[in-house]
Design a binder for this molecule. Structure first.
Ligand code: ADP
Ligand code: MG
Length: 258
């Protein structure tokens, strides 16, 4: 099986009087990871939910290999890790992860469930309930849950937002090989520019609300990517480029030069 192609064409979204997204066009190429960065409230989560088939578009289309997202979702081939982890509170970590397999109508795979739980650093917490975990631990459980089905389309919405910096760096290096084992197309929403550059084949920069695609930056750094890449001049040039496109330093610079 090959990884799917996702084509977003002229997509707009309006909530009541709020224009969240305006004429967004974007292609997720098969087998690549696209990172989506942009100011808070510019519609990144909305766009991700539309690609997942969990939100209607107001205008335009989302097609996955030419079909509606629901088609891929019905086959259990899309996995989403949401910003807020959204684990079932009455189930243990192990049972939350295992449930994803069941819902995707995949055979039970207890060894893989426990291996993933270990990989995300939750060994010893298999039987813990979400309420017994920190926010970062819950997010890591949600990542394990998203990966366990080996989805063809992996959608990650700020999955490391609450994860401490050291663990985040470790996961940034250890997780990509897991989804690279099988053909996977991935979209990662993140507010960390270094993370976007480290993980992505292409970084899509969105403008302020209403969200539009402001720029696309391709990342020609070889894979597998390692922590050492964080120190390469090539890496820093790309991080600066994305930062300039986002205008992250503009306000600080203007203040400093006034
Ligand atoms: N279910 C909703 N109902 C009403 N407004 C929403 C809803 N979801 C998002 N919005 C609005 O749409 C805009 C984009 O939201 P969102 O996609 O969450 O942005 P981001 O993920 O980039 O921070 C925001 O102004 C937000 O308030
Ligand atoms: Mg969001």
């Amino acid at each position: 099986m090959t990884a799917p192609e996702v084509v977003v064409s002229g997509v707009g979204k309006t909530y009541g009087r709020v224009r969240a997204l305006d004429d967004v066009s974007l292609t997720l190429r098969p087998g690549t990871l696209t990172a989506l960065v942009g100011p808070s409230g510019c519609g990144k989560s909305t766009l991700l939910r539309m690609i997942a088939g969990l939100e209607d578009v107001t205008s335009g289309t989302v097609r996955i290999d030419g079909a509606e997202p629901e088609a891929l979702r019905a086959r259990g081939d899309i996995a989403v890790a949401f910003q807020d982890a959204s684990l079932l509170p009455w189930r243990s970590v192990r049972s939350n992860v295992a449930l994803a397999l069941k819902l995707a109508r995949r055979p039970a795979a207890p060894d893989r469930v426990d291996e993933l739980i270990r990989t995300v650093g939750l060994a010893g917490f298999e039987t813990a309930r979400p309420a017994e975990l920190s926010g970062g631990m819950r997010q890591r459980a949600a990542i394990a849950r998203a990966l366990v089905t080996e989805p063809k389309l992996l959608l990650l919405d700020e999955p490391f937002g609450a994860v401490d910096e050291l663990t985040r760096r470790r996961l940034n290096v250890e997780l990509p090989p897991l989804w690279a084992r099988s053909p996977t197309t991935a979209l990662l929403v993140t507010h960390s520019i270094p993370e976007a550059v480290l993980l992505a084949d292409e970084v899509v920069v969105m403008s302020d609300r209403p969200g539009r695609v402001a720029a696309r930056v391709s990342v020609p750094i070889e894979r597998p990517r390692r922590a050492a890449h964080l120190h390469s001049p090539e890496f820093h040039t790309l991080v600066d480029e994305v930062g300039d496109l986002l205008g992250v330093d503009r306000e600080v610079f203007e203040e400093a030069t006034q």
